[in-house]
Ligand binder design. Structure first.
Ligand code: F6R
Length: 609
């Protein structure tokens, strides 16, 4: 996490750096800072809190300068305060860092023995000191950074300036993203293309262990052994509009309402009247998928929930065994990989440290191949996978994933259909599933119309401390996703259970203070779910049931409400039922007055382990 932006330009860069940081704030927002080099002097401003707090300090006492680095932080080492905020300055060197340096304690001890005094609790300050030591030995800034990163263990993206080298910024990356923005007579570094959309759409993505030196004239890239290397320039398709909030109160709300369009984009030119089109999964994709005998899905958080839905789908329709696991567990255990198993990584950002580590680990475990389902085309996950399926959700700024999830489901539904056809699913059922998927954007659009009812319902959650979410089958992961959304942004403790598990423990929690949210699609499990709901009613629990319009559920509750949804079919129902749960979490959070787009302690792109 943490966001980095840097610039080497002829104009004053501080306002550009601040605008870039605001676009990167999703990566961390507990403190921010910037430093600008001008006439051999470094001016620095840092503040605890959001970028706007730091901006206010800068505006009260602005400084000129065409070379600068800036940072928005998600604390790993040391509490969020001004002293721990980046940039860190040691001697001639000023540095910003995203990542974790694992051997910083021993490096720090060595530096202290040489007389360095540290003013923060961070691992970052150690790097700045190491670069300074190397410069004292007569190295240029670039050579000093190269020598420093060779000593580091862990993950980093850094941007560094030196008082002695005006007009120059040196960057480096390992295990955390960093890219170059190529301007006209000015060049930039950023953690993502969004940070630079205001200044350029020409992007060069750095590879692992690259070191780069930018100046107004250009960018030179080097490998870890100091050899110059060329990397391709890409045109980013991001527009400044895509990251605007428009008429919506929060990005999250905007992103919830973008879902019909986003899902339609995911499906576009991938499914036709006769079903899923050929070559949807990239070059060689159809040939590789033809050999699949089983699937392992790895992901974190919301993306993991999408993977859980896919397990139900692929096992039911393609009759292939599927296992789903959170990446942080998978990477550290010896998973058994039967022959012909496809490894699927699901990640909105494509930069989640645990998911990337799991992907890399999968390479030595003998999979048939890897497929990345991802929202960011130039991300590490996409670049490292054999096959890719982009979710095309567009930038997601709200820290809580919404459209990323439903577009992941749409992508996984395409995969399910592809595998189901290949495995010989009956053609009438296949055609029915395809027709349902075609209907998905419209069904989501209809579900969004429940917003006024959900706002009313949300009011009853304001004083709550806990909530229970229930679902069965492919709607159990939907319940998990609903509870994750509620806890992330409203800070109400929420748990999700497969409804059948209720009586095996959690029923003990049910009383008049515990709202129980149930997802009740129409289908063979409905009667079972109704019995579970009776168990809640009998204990005085307040039931909030999201029910399919076609499902027969009577109001018989003494307390609670039923909201009707037209799910548009059993296959797509998990994606449709997700929408009211997102809206519920959103409106509860708004009513409770939390910071919806940037909830406490979280960050969007989790690039540390
Ligand atoms: C929750 C949320 C997180 C992410 C998780 C994985 O709303 O956004 O749980 O889903 O950190 O991130 P990606 O998908 O980028 O790998």
């Amino acid at each position: 996490m943490c966001g980095i932006v840097a610039a080497a330009a002829q104009r004053d860069v501080a306002p550009l750096l601040i605008a870039g940081l605001k676009a990167l704030e999703y990566r961390g927002y507990d403190s921010a800072g910037l430093a600008v080099l001008e006439a051999g002097q470094v001016h620095r401003v840092r503040a605890k809190g959001k970028v706007r707090e730091m901006e206010a300090l800068y505006l009260a006492d602005p400084f000129p300068g065409g070379t600068g680095i800036a940072h928005t932080r998600w604390a790993t080492h040391g509490v969020p305060n001004e002293a721990n905020a980046h940039p860190h300055m040691v001697g001639r060197v000023t540095l910003v860092h995203n990542g974790i340096i694992e051997n910083y304690v021993s490096l720090r001890t060595e530096l202290q023995a040489k007389g360095y005094v540290f003013t923060s609790e961070t691992d970052t300050e150690v790097m700045a000191a190491l670069v300074d030591v190397n410069i004292s030995k007569g190295m240029s800034l670039r050579e000093a950074v190269l020598a420093t990163v060779r000593e580091l263990e862990g993950a980093y993206a850094i941007a560094v300036i030196s008082r002695d080298e005006p007009g120059r910024v040196v960057g480096a990356r390992r295990g955390a993203p960093l890219l170059i923005g190529v301007g006209i007579g000015e060049n930039f570094l950023g953690s993502d293309a969004q940070a630079l959309v205001q200044v350029t759409n020409k992007i060069i993505y750095l590879e692992e262990d690259d070191v780069v030196e930018i100046s107004r004239e250009g960018a030179r890239i080097y490998t870890l052994d100091g050899k110059p290397v060329e990397r391709a320039t890409h045109e980013s398709e991001l527009s400044a509009d895509a990251v605007e909030r428009g008429e919506y109160r929060h990005y999250m709300q905007k992103e919830i309402f973008e879902q019909p369009r986003a899902v339609a984009n995911t499906l576009e030119a991938r499914i036709g009247a006769g079903g899923v089109l050929p070559n949807v999964f990239g070059i060689g994709g159809d040939e590789l998928l033809a050999k699949v005998k089983g699937v392992h899905i790895i992901a974190c958080g919301t993306s993991y929930h999408a993977g859980m839905v896919a397990k139900y789908w692929i096992e039911e329709y393609a009759r292939l065994p599927v296992s789903v696991e959170v990446a942080s567990e998978y990477r550290y255990r010896e998973a058994v990989v039967p022959e012909g198993t496809l490894f699927i990584a699901i990640s909105q950002s494509g930069e989640t440290a645990d998911t990337l580590a799991a992907m890399r680990e999968s390479r030595r475990r003998g999979y048939l191949g890897t497929l990345a389902i991802c929202n960011v085309p130039e991300s590490s996950a996409v670049r490292e996978a054999d096959l890719k399926l982009m979710t095309r959700a567009g930038p997601e700024i709200g820290v809580a994933s919404t459209k990323a999830f439903t577009t992941q489901l749409a992508a996984l539904a395409l995969l399910t259909l592809h595998l189901a056809k290949q495995q010989g699913l009956d053609s009438a059922r296949y055609n029915d599933l395809c027709a349902q998927l075609h209907r998905l954007p419209r069904a989501i659009d209809e579900a969004l119309k429940l917003e006024p009812q959900i706002i009313e319902l949300a009011a009853s959650f304001i004083p709550r401390h806990h909530a229970l979410f229930l679902g069965r089958g492919a709607h159990f992961p939907v319940a998990l996703e609903g509870s994750l959304k509620l806890k992330e942004i409203s800070y109400i403790h929420a748990e999700a259970y497969p409804a059948g598990e209720l009586k095996h423990g959690p029923l003990a929690l049910v009383d008049e203070d515990m709202p129980v949210v149930a997802v009740a699609p129409n289908g063979p499990l409905l009667d079972k779910l109704k019995s579970n709901l009776q168990e809640v009613r009998a204990r005085g629990g307040e039931l909030i049931v999201f029910a399919d319009s076609a499902a027969h559920i009577d109001g018989g509750a003494t307390r609670g409400s039923i909201l009707r949804i037209d799910a548009g079919g059993d296959f797509i129902a998990p994606a449709v039922f997700t929408v009211p749960l997102q809206l519920l979490a959103y409106h509860v959070a708004v009513l409770r007055g939390t910071d919806v787009d940037q909830p406490r302690n979280l960050a969007k792109s989790v690039t540390v382990e």
